[in-house]
Each structure stands twice: as C-alpha cells, then as structure tokens.
Design a protein around this ligand. Structure first.
Ligand code: THU
Length: 139
C-alpha cells in the first residue's frame, strides 16, 4: 500500500516536470508534496528572463499548499534533470531546504529524489539540512 502510494507520488512529480518552464537552464524539475492529510500539491520550476526571479519546483509546491491553508507535510518527491538528458537525483537547493524547515519536522519529513518509480533515494530533512535554524528559535 505505502509502496503503491509512493509510486503514485513519483508519477505525479514526473508528470509535473512536463509543466516546467525552463527556457534558460533547460533543467526541468517536477515535485509532488504530500500533506499529512493525504492531499498532494505538485510544482515545477518556473524561470524568468530576469534570472533571479526563478522559482524552484519544491517551493512552487510548498507555496501552493500553504496558500491553500495546508501547513503539515509528510514527504516530497523531486524529479529533475536536463531536458535532453537523463534524470538525476536532483537534490533541493539551500533556499528550498530552508522553506521545508519552516513547515516540516526535520526528523520525520522525507525528501525523495527519484529518477523513476523504481529508482529513488530517501533522505530526511535533518540529513540534508543539519543543525538548522527554524521557527522555534524565534519563540
Ligand atoms: N531547481 C529546482 O527547481 N529545484 C532545485 O532544488 C534545484 C534547482 C531549478 C531552478 C532552475 O530553474 C533550474 O533548476 C536550474 O537551476
């Protein structure tokens, strides 16, 4: 069951990669974010002719979810690679890791880097963002 659900989440991320707008880097990323209540929010990277205005796939997914009032998350699948090449284990950038840190428990939130439904690596947020700064630091 869990395996089947993960396969579906990976398929969603792969599908979302088709919506990627990456005319400058030609590096396409798709993400599928699963909320604790089971809802799925997908996202792609969206580039801009003013390069700094680009948004990563992961943040697109998070911002879609948070803007819909969802703040609790279980895991995210990321699929990325050059548009004319093979998929890579595309790790989230530093800014995206920090955005995840705002809403997710570092020890339990899973970041799944997938090349296909049968080829993926799973990390916790704590593994990818150790000794992190988060909301509780400001309480
Ligand atoms: N990108 C993502 O969407 N997620 C990441 O975590 C890494 C980078 C995008 C941003 C840009 O559109 C392209 O990949 C190349 O950096």
């Amino acid at each position: 069951m869990a395996e089947k659900d993960l396969k579906k989440l990976i398929e969603k991320a792969l599908d979302m990669r088709n919506s990627s707008y990456a005319p400058y880097s030609h590096y396409k990323v798709g993400a599928a974010l699963e909320a604790s209540d089971g809802q799925i929010f997908s996202g792609c990277n969206i580039e801009n002719s003013s390069y700094g205005a680009a948004n990563c796939a992961e943040r697109t997914a998070f911002f879609k979810a948070v803007s819909e009032g969802v703040h609790d998350f279980k895991r995210i699948v990321i699929t990325g690679g050059p548009d004319d090449g093979e998929l890579q284990y595309a790790t989230p950038c530093g800014i995206c890791r920090q955005v995840m840190r705002e809403f997710c428990d570092p020890e339990s939130f899973e970041i799944i880097l997938a090349k296909s439904t049968g080829d993926y690596k799973i990390f916790t947020l704590a593994q990818l963002l150790p000794e992190s700064f988060g909301p509780e630091n400001l309480l």
